[in-house]
Unconditional design. Structure first.
Length: 277
């Protein structure tokens, strides 16, 4: 059972959690998508940052609205597939775009006593939420929080035994660059795992999910949080994300071996895996 916890976050501590990371340079005139909108590549990171700045303190609620609460079971499925070692050996893991610590804490609950997790997120407000949770529970000595961009991670080559990114990779400007940097920071033999909303693979469920996503989620978000715009973007961003087979081929193109995926809830979400061999 997942324990809910309400935490008061000191605003100054939140602001000091980490320096703001600079987005990577982009070619002049290049464009990309922000949901269904076309924007300059250099603007996307800031726009995404603003979305998550608005929802940082309500991130679990946001995921509950987006998934009908299923994200909790999906995250446990991700940790099950990763299967971190429970022995006493040192184990270094990085969770990217995981500022609130959700994946990190689940991994530490499962792994051995010498497992250590680095949580890296571009948004200092998300990191502030995660840091407060870690300090309020028993994780502070086994997890650290760092501000950085998934496309240019601030860590040396071959630093980590495993890498996860959950509901984050669809928000980066260049998915292929994020995958390449994931490969770079993994040790040989290291494993990449991604959990992301995907394309529904079961006829009938796709129409129901589309109706819920576009008609209900932004309205529920506005009613619960007072602002439906972040939820509108998040729904649209799911539709712009590559389908399962395409994303698998992108993982392979980044150099990963034994790429595979598993659908969750009929493809509403999917987990992808790859190995640096």
């Amino acid at each position: 059972m997942v324990r809910r916890m309400s935490i008061e976050i000191d605003q100054q501590k939140l602001n000091d959690a980490a320096p703001q990371s600079e987005p990577p340079l982009t070619e002049a005139g290049a464009t990309t998508h922000f949901g269904f909108k076309t924007v300059a590549e250099g603007d996307k990171a800031k726009l995404v940052h603003n979305v998550f700045e608005q929802v940082a303190s309500r991130y679990d609620l946001m995921n509950d609205l987006m998934s009908g609460g299923l994200h909790r079971a999906w995250k446990l499925a991700l940790i099950d597939w990763l299967n971190p070692p429970r022995s006493d050996r040192a184990y270094a893991h990085i969770d990217v775009a995981g500022g609130t610590g959700d994946i990190a804490f689940r991994l530490l609950d499962r792994a051995g006593p010498n497992a250590h997790v680095t949580v890296c997120d571009i948004n200092r407000h998300m990191l502030g939420v995660g840091k407060a949770r870690a300090e309020a529970q028993t994780y502070a000595s086994r997890v650290e929080f760092a501000c950085g961009d998934a496309e240019t991670l601030p860590f040396p080559d071959r630093s980590f035994d495993s890498y996860t990114i959950a509901f984050g990779i669809r928000n980066v400007t260049h998915i292929e660059k994020a995958l390449a940097d994931a490969y770079r920071v993994l040790k040989p033999g290291g494993r990449f795992l991604c959990l992301e909303f995907s394309q529904v693979a079961v006829p009938g469920i796709d129409a129901i999910y589309d109706a819920y996503s576009f008609a209900a989620i932004p309205k529920i978000g506005a009613w619960v949080t007072g602002d439906g715009e972040p939820y509108q973007y998040l729904v649209e961003s799911i539709r712009k994300f590559p389908p399962q087979e395409k994303f698998k081929s992108m993982i392979e193109a980044a150099g990963f071996a034994r790429a595979s995926y598993r659908n969750l809830t009929g493809g509403v979400a999917a987990m992808h895996s790859g190995w640096r061999l």
